[in-house]
Design a protein around this ligand. Structure first.
Ligand SMILES: NC(=O)c1ccc[n+]([C@@H]2O[C@H](COP(=O)([O-])OP(=O)(O)OC[C@H]3O[C@@H](n4cnc5c(N)ncnc54)[C@H](O)[C@@H]3O)[C@@H](O)[C@H]2O)c1
Length: 336
């Protein structure tokens, strides 16, 4: 299968590229690392992706580039975008609109221009944040949407575009990811910040009172669901929750993290983030029914995996994982 992965220099996208390559698929990896929330990290990951045998890379800003080369595929896994609820306030709002809404609109329109039989299926990354805060039961895909930040609003708009495209004959699938964690997690995300702080001997920076809870979902499980959505025939325009069914409180998660690290955590409270859901809670029944997907990694095991990655980053360069090596920005970029 020929698969295009956008956001390939990102946290989730780079893992999806790895898994597709390992499964023997032909991959065109697309990104504009300069558009990342953490460009220096994205450039390093991009270099590692480009060095992977079997991967062709295309540096392209989806908001402005010619996207025709992205449409010559069986499936496009569209993971590029501007994540983060916190980062979407103020100046971040325009970036969320540009890199989420405009980029998705351009990509879907370009795919729809292909002759009907050659149109790729497009698997689009959405987010649990479209639901707002969960109530006293897990969120199902048919629940009303209550976006509470510019980021969440942009993802609702992304979903609307994908559903419209499906009505007009493009096959689309929306994956609503829930708080993804694991190796290569973005530096702005909670477990990354907590782990780095603990390893430095600093207090852990916690936004608000720490009473929030999340359906934390390990990236390996997210990759499994994404690859199945890439390969399976699914009802077009459908949304699918990709989230662990058991939410865990932030304090409980910190306890697990501290246990793995062998530290007594000191906490530094920071102002709560506007639009941050008090609770996210996934009902993954649809993912189970359509994709045969059930998350396999529990939080204690998944945190140990992420912490091992942070520790490896601190080892001398030669023994570090690939994605932390100095970037090879000058590396030849092959255009597919
Ligand atoms: N990480 C999570 O917990 C989570 C949860 C829900 C949804 N999501 C969604 O999943 C997707 C991937 O998230 P992530 O955590 O890997 O984020 P990430 O920031 O690590 O990856 C996103 C990538 O998109 C690229 N990008 C941004 N704008 C671009 C543009 N205009 N053209 C080309 N590339 C562009 C960035 O350079 C970056 O490498 C995003 O759409 C995000 O909103 C993530």
């Amino acid at each position: 299968m020929r698969v295009v992965v956008t956001g390939a220099a990102g946290f989730i996208g780079s893992h999806v590229v790895d898994a597709l390559c390992s499964a023997g698929h032909e991959v065109l990896a697309v990104d504009a690392p300069g558009r990342s929330l953490a460009p220096e990290v994205a450039w390093r990951t991009w270099a590692a992706v480009a060095a992977r045998p079997g991967v062709t890379v295309l540096e392209a800003d989806l908001a402005v580039a010619d996207l025709a080369p992205l449409t010559r595929a069986d499936t496009v896994a569209h993971l590029a975008g501007r994540p983060s609820v916190r980062g979407s306030w103020g100046a971040g709002r325009a970036a969320a609109e540009r890199d989420n809404v405009l980029a998705t609109h351009r990509l879907l329109a370009e795919c729809a221009r292909r002759p009907a039989r050659r149109r790729p299926k497009v698997v689009v990354a959405s987010s649990s944040s479209v639901y707002g805060s969960a109530g006293d039961r897990p969120n199902r895909e048919g629940d009303p949407l209550h976006p509470a930040s510019p980021y969440a609003v942009s993802k609702v708009e992304v979903e609307r575009l994908a559903v419209d495209a499906a009505r007009n004959g493009l096959r689309t699938v929306l994956l609503r990811y829930f708080s993804v964690y694991g190796p290569r997690q973005r530096p702005d995300m909670a477990f990354h910040r907590f782990t780095e702080a603990a390893l430095d001997g600093r207090p852990l920076p916690v936004f608000g009172d720490g009473r929030r809870s999340r359906s934390f979902t390990h990236v390996a499980d997210v990759v499994t669901a994404t690859l199945r959505a890439v390969a399976e025939e699914l009802p077009s325009g459908i949304a699918v929750n990709v989230g662990h069914p058991e939410p865990v409180g932030v304090h409980e998660a910190i306890g697990l993290l501290a246990g793995v690290l062998g530290v007594r955590p000191e906490i530094r409270r920071e102002a709560p983030v506007a639009g941050d859901a008090a609770r996210t809670w996934a009902d993954p029944a649809r993912a189970h029914r359509l994709l045969g997907w059930t998350p396999a990694v529990d939080l204690a095991e998944g945190l140990a995996d992420q912490i091992a990655w942070h520790r490896a980053l601190r080892r001398p360069e030669t023994s570090r994982p690939e994605t932390s090596r100095p970037d090879a920005r000058e590396r030849e970029v092959r255009v597919g």
